[in-house]
Design a protein around this ligand. Sequence first.
Ligand code: SF4
Ligand code: SF4
Length: 341
Amino acid sequence: MPPMPDSMHTTARKIYEWYEAKKEDHREHLGASLIGHACDRYLWLTFRWAASPEFGGRLLRLFDTGKREEARIHEELRGIGVELHTEEDGSQITCRDDTGHFGGSIDGVGLGFPEAPKTWAVLEIKTCNASSFAKLKARGVEAEKPQHYAQMQTYMGLLKLERAMYIAVNKDTDDLHTEWVHFSKTTFRDLNDRAERTIKRTTPADRLSDDPAHWQCKMCDMYKLCHQGEQPERNCRTCCHATPAAAGKWNCELHGKGLTAAEQRVGCDGHLLIPALMPGAEPIDGGVNSITYRDTTTGNTFTDGPKLKVRRRTGITKKEAKMAEEFNAPFVDPFNDDIPF
Ligand code: SF4
Ligand code: SF4
């Protein structure tokens, strides 16, 4: 007998929904936690709010479990005599690069770690399962968790500290892996350059792979955009008229004004999608505030511009087919600019 589907009215489901309802919106800056990601395109699409990760309530709860582990490690470090400055002291420890668009929030900064008691160090805390933990112990953070390593190098570089304490907790056994990480000026510069390139680009980088079965693409939040022709989200970050400005700000060239984060999230009727983000179509013409595209599959044309909803024809709908049958007439697509009507 097949397993019974989960009821939608259990207490567990309600808790998951609660997590889903309060999940964080797009991050304003390019996060240091991402800068070691394998794909340049992913960094840009994330910075440009092209799609939101589809984390369900259970996964969001799991992230929260990891976050809660931080408080325990803080208590333990203080217990062994480490002088620690953390978010709990009253303010988050944040850092930004010169553009104001790249940086992050740090788990803590501490003095008195047994590895070098007189050296201030960035603290980074992660949790992982037993399999991941075993690999981490065998190969070390730089080789096994390059994204975590890049994150710590960024924090050290931006805070002008030369060491980091990396603590990983095995979620299955509660074992701890601690690693004393040295600052690498070259790595920091490379990461900073990568961030600068990402912030300045006006179009996405090439795909990491054109193969939809590539393992990194299959795990990626941007999979539907890159490999399934999904439309990106419509907000200021995906609009041609938005540009990153100094001090982490954004400007709208169309309205000639700065944009708050709240305004960026909503956008306006003047939104004009960055052409490179239009899936399965090539721009063939442009007006004052409109772009005409040709669908690369059907050859049909359509226009994107203010107050125009982009409608793409991928065949007629069932309702349209029924109407055509009823009236014994071929269906005419009013959104196809090639058909006069
Ligand atoms: S789906 Fe693949 S190509 Fe697209 S952003 Fe993710 S890793 Fe990069
Ligand atoms: S035109 Fe509208 S959507 Fe585009 S950047 Fe300006 S305010 Fe945002």
